[in-house]
Design a protein around this ligand. Structure first.
Ligand SMILES: [Mg+2]
Length: 396
């Protein structure tokens, strides 16, 4: 018996068994089929989920050199067709990232990912924080540098400036991280911090090329899998907006240093305004933008404000958002999108900081990755989103 091929919703074929040569010569005219021919059977277009499927199989009989004839149908039990039922996304994620993943509402996450996959790469955009989101929060059990601290390590900045900047950090950072304060309560302090920081920078003599030297020396690492993420996004022309409350010049130079600053990448941040004197020395005049971007106002409105004629985001109503601070969860800025999947990295330093952080992160983000220093989840999601769409377009 030859195997019966079973294809969902399509006509299937059965190759008939070969007959002895004598049978060919006495081919029965009544039979519409010849031995070895392929006959078509229209099987039901659906596959039912029973343990075994029973199909009527017609088979031929060769008796004493007589021509084959169609016998009555007999029931033949065939093995169940091999159907791979795809597991739910939430289960796949829980299996793949078991040690680090926390999901707020599993059914919500499943539905969002399904929509992202259905929308495919053409509807997708990525909105991401930079420090400790694209970069790691630690390396070899040591806290890594932020883009701001890379800037502060520049050789041409004075010790006096660095000391004053550290004092500001020690004063305001605990307020930013305070879980007992609302965003509205923190906001005036954070704005004050940025205003003070800008005042501190104004008038400083600075060599721009020092930033590159600082990057080369810095203890700064991209999350494992970041390069793959950027390559996938570039290959499918998926925009990624990097929102940073740090110094945009440094963020851009770090991405350039890693060969990741491609056409689909936009950095929205605070960029230094410099002037050169007659001796060729640069002086920092402050930041270029009228509005400073800090952790509680960095959102896509800032992108739209600065890219008014840009069509990069047209039709891209599906968003994957990544961040490591609670404020990052709102980086979509309240803009109406079809889907926003929020992924939060809860880094080790925050875990040690205070109780209750995980619950707050779970309220802010759809998926929380605790002490995960990789881009494994985003790579998995991109594979699903890019892969399925490619399969569909190949079928057309
Ligand atoms: Mg961050």
């Amino acid at each position: 018996m030859m195997a019966l091929s079973i294809i969902m919703g399509e006509t299937t074929t059965t190759r008939l068994p070969a007959l002895p040569s004598s049978a060919h010569t006495k081919h029965n005219a009544r039979s519409s089929h010849r031995c070895g021919d392929t006959v078509e059977q229209n099987l039901p277009p659906t596959v039912v989920s029973v343990p075994y499927l029973t199909y009527h199989r017609y088979h031929y009989c060769d008796r004493r050199d007589r021509a084959p004839r169609l016998m009555r149908p007999v029931d033949t039990v065939l093995p169940e067709p091999r159907i791979i039922l795809k597991d739910t996304y939430k289960n796949m994620i829980k299996q793949k990232f078991a040690s680090t993943v926390h999901i707020r509402c599993e059914n919500d996450v499943d539905a969002k990912i399904e929509q992202l996959v259905l929308g495919g790469p053409d509807k997708l955009q990525i909105v991401s924080d930079f420090d400790r989101t694209i970069t790691t929060s630690e390396h070899n059990n040591k806290q890594t540098m932020s883009s701001f601290s890379v800037f502060e390590a520049s050789d041409s900045l004075s010790e006096d400036y660095k000391e004053k900047a550290r004092t500001l950090l020690q004063k305001y950072r605990p307020i930013e991280d305070n879980t007992q304060m609302t965003v509205a309560q923190k906001l005036p302090f954070i704005e004050e911090w940025w205003h003070q920081s800008e005042l501190l920078l104004k008038g400083l003599c600075f060599r721009y090329e020092d930033i590159n030297k600082s990057i080369e020396k810095a203890d700064l690492h991209l999350r494992e899998g970041s390069t793959e993420v950027f390559n996938k996004l570039f290959s499918k022309k998926i925009p990624i907006i990097v929102l940073s409350a740090g110094i945009g010049d440094v963020v851009e130079l770090i991405l350039k240093h890693e060969n990741l600053f491609t056409d689909n990448v936009s950095v929205v941040s605070n960029f230094l305004k410099m002037s050169k004197d007659s001796n060729g020395l640069s002086t920092i005049e402050g930041f270029k933008g009228k509005k400073l971007i800090h952790v509680f106002n960095k959102n896509e409105h800032a992108y739209i404000d600065t890219h008014q004629n840009d069509t990069h985001l047209s039709g891209r109503s599906n968003v994957i958002l990544l961040g490591d601070s609670l404020g990052d969860a709102n980086m979509d800025g309240g803009i109406e999108y079809d889907i926003v999947l929020r992924i939060g990295f809860l880094n080790a330093d925050l875990m040690e900081h205070e109780d209750g952080y995980l619950q707050q992160y779970k309220l802010a983000f759809d998926i929380v990755l605790v002490q995960d220093q990789t881009m494994g989840l985003l790579n998995y999601l991109l594979d699903e989103i890019i892969g399925v769409k490619s399969m569909l377009s190949n079928k057309r």
